[in-house]
Design a binder for this molecule. Structure first.
Ligand SMILES: O=P(O)(O)OC[C@H]1O[C@](O)(CO)[C@@H](O)[C@@H]1O
Length: 317
């Protein structure tokens, strides 16, 4: 087992060991959630979840918040910034936190590194210990930052959630290899808080297996991107609990056009049930999406511990 696989399959004790945050989101405030790469996609899931829980929030990439805040909010000083960063060192996220504080905006850092530039530029830090062997590709830390954010929002995340995520990952892992054969086009679909998770699944597969991937809101996929669907397409559909009839019809249409579909929480060539409400589904699906990337990397003889052109901390010179 390589270090990437270890940090995926051995992440669950770290979930159970994550402390309750000392600070909670305040529904009377508005939040901007910032991050880069994986951390930005997680920010999208978290912001959507905050809105569903009655807390106004918007996800913005770190660099955009630093340089173009006016394009996203009317009054930047009226918000609280939540900055997500595993390392606490990604240049754009650190700059977003630093600049926010310099103009008097409160910053809450969510991180897996206790002592970093981000923690020095944060008014409050929410921290959890991650798997020590996690490498360049972000796996256990990604899940942990979502877990910490959910608790910050006031969503209880207990051992039942850990068990469910472990089951979903194992069920996918047991069945995935035959579905990967002959696939070269990978599509991730999800809506609401699952859209950011679809983007993260797509990025994970791209980084780990050097594949072209796409992520869309399910019904947006019909407006053009569907042209690319054929027998080499693998679709990962992240179902919301209400399972809209148009979404199940979309999946049937994709299968009729030759795609294989992994249905997380609904129908597909591989269908895995999700016993969870919408706001917990993203966290529960993350380890399964991570192991999917690792299995494709192995099937292509790609070493996911050394992804091309990537470093653990991406700095702007
Ligand atoms: O959370 P951090 O440490 O700011 O890092 C985000 C980085 O992680 C990555 O997923 C690298 O694996 C990139 O998307 C991005 O550069």
């Amino acid at each position: 087992m390589n270090a990437t696989e270890r940090s995926i399959v051995e992440q669950f004790p770290f979930w159970d060991g994550a402390p309750e945050p000392a600070i909670r989101a305040d529904a009377s405030k508005s939040y901007v959630v910032v991050g880069c790469g994986t951390s930005y996609y997680l920010a999208q899931c978290i912001a959507a979840t905050m809105n569903l829980r009655g807390i106004q929030a918007l996800a913005v990439p770190g660099s955009e918040w630093t340089h173009r805040a006016q394009a996203y909010v009317r009054d930047e000083k009226a918000v609280t910034v939540v900055a997500l960063s595993r390392s606490g060192e990604s240049t754009e996220t650190v700059q977003a936190a630093e600049r926010s504080r310099s103009v008097g905006i409160e910053v809450i850092g969510i991180t897996c590194d206790r002592d970093s530039s981000l923690t020095r530029h944060s008014d409050h830090v929410i921290f959890a210990e991650t798997h020590p062997q996690e490498g360049i590709v972000m796996t256990s830390s990604a899940s942990l930052m979502v877990l910490m954010a959910l608790r910050f929002i006031g969503v209880p995340v207990g051992p039942d959630v850990t068990r469910e995520a472990d089951r979903v990952m194992r069920e996918l892992d047991a069945a995935i290899v035959p579905l990967l054969s002959g696939r070269s086009h990978f599509v991730y679909l999800g809506s609401g808080p699952l859209y950011g998770v679809a983007q993260e699944g797509s990025l994970k597969l791209q980084e780990m297996s050097l594949s072209y991937t796409q992520a869309y809101h399910p019904m947006e996929y019909r407006h053009g991107p569907i042209s690319l669907v054929e027998a080499r397409t693998l679709v990962v559909m992240l179902y919301s609990p209400e399972m809209l009839p148009e979404e199940t019809k979309l999946v049937a249409e994709l299968r009729a056009k030759g795609a294989a579909v992994i249905g997380l929480g609904g129908p597909g060539d591989l269908s895995i049930s999700l016993d969870a409400e919408e706001i917990l589904r993203g966290l529960i699906c993350l380890p399964a999406l991570q192991i999917l990337g690792e299995r494709l990397a192995v099937s292509r003889k790609i070493d996911s511990t050394a992804p091309r052109h990537l470093t653990k901390v991406v700095l702007v010179a």
